[in-house]
Write a new protein. Structure first.
Length: 321
């Protein structure tokens, strides 16, 4: 499908191809962690192990130049899929240990790389992302990094990591700090935790939910998401690859859309799940009969929910048609 697309949910390290990680290990002369199968693809068993593999790969991405290189690689991959606008989850905790001066160095390098790709037609913004299983105290440092560098490339704040650890309200201070700095808010919820986690995320004042698919287990919550025009950043292949749903037919995206929810489609960590934006769209068309009109409507919702300035939003809406 050659449609113009918007991707709202892409973890930067999760976009690193295995060859990128292997190249860094070879450069630094370090042993590769046990994260690849015999064919050289990422291998993991379930969500907790996925997070372990993710962080083991991430540990090899060290310098601001490495991160800038990765931003270029990730956005080039998006461009190949027809993406015109991408929001990347970036974590100060991985980029210099959530230390503000170090974060500024990483951010300057990444912003420069993003500008190069912007000039080639893929606009992007960053969502600063604390890692939930590292705790709310460390998240505060990420929130401070986000607030101090808000504007420019950094326009959003979100919470990633292991949803089975703690609760969204543990991170209220960080979300308040980010909101006061003018950042858009999103939170992973309703992926590994049930509908209550989506309600807890909404209480933080988010306008978007990362995944949110398990809202389908609570019809009143689905109605509320539709009514409040909350945008769901849905990553179907991620949900299937990690075992949340056994197959495409049982994925709730189509039921959420039919119930009036603003569903959008993203890839989460594409090389980990052997997916691309185009593959997600093709499977949606095959499984649920979605047509170009449905994909365009979905991308318009994504543009409306994007953490960008209004001029950018109008330009995206015009480009989507
Ligand atoms: N970090 C990278 N991918 C993630 C996911 N799907 N959920 C939570 N944290 C993540
Ligand atoms: Zn995610």
């Amino acid at each position: 499908m050659t449609l113009k697309k918007i991707e709202l949910h892409l973890h930067l390290e999760g976009a690193a191809p295995p060859s990128f990680i292997r190249g860094l290990a070879a450069r630094d002369g370090v042993d590769l962690p046990r994260i690849f199968d015999a064919q050289g693809r990422y291998i993991y068993a379930g969500f907790a192990d996925f997070l372990r593999v993710y962080e083991a790969a991430t540990a090899l991405i060290r310098t601001p130049a490495d991160y800038a290189h990765l931003v270029g690689v990730a956005l080039e991959q998006c461009a190949e899929q027809g993406a015109i606008y991408v929001e990347l989850f970036v974590s100060p905790e991985f980029c210099g240990g959530a230390d503000l001066p170090a974060w500024r160095d990483y951010l300057a390098a990444m912003t420069e790389a993003a500008e190069v790709l912007g000039a080639q037609g893929v606009d992007s913004r960053a969502i600063v992302t604390p890692i939930r299983h590292r705790g709310s105290e460390r998240a505060r440092w990420s929130a401070i990094c986000a607030a101090e560098t808000a504007g420019g490339w950094v326009t959003g704040f979100g919470l990633g990591g292991d949803e089975t650890v703690g609760r969204p309200q543990d991170f209220a201070w960080s979300f308040d700090c980010a909101r006061e700095a003018g950042l858009g808010l999103t939170c992973h919820a309703g992926e590994w935790a049930g509908p209550q986690s989506v309600r807890d995320a909404l209480a933080l004042g988010v306008t978007r939910i990362g995944h949110g698919v398990r809202a389908i287990e609570d019809p009143a919550l689905v109605a509320r998401l539709a009514e409040q025009a909350i945008t769901l950043e849905i990553c179907p292949v991620s949900n299937i690859a990690l075992g949340l749903y056994p197959d495409w037919r049982s994925h709730p995206i189509s039921r959420l859309a039919d119930a009036g929810c603003r569903v959008t489609v993203s890839t989460d960590d594409p090389p980990f799940f052997h997916t691309t934006l185009t593959r997600e769209y093709d499977r949606l068309a095959e499984t649920f009969g979605w047509t170009e009109a449905e994909f365009t409507a979905m991308n318009r919702w994504a543009a409306e929910a994007a953490f960008c300035d209004d001029a950018t939003r109008q330009r995206l809406l015009a480009a989507l048609g």
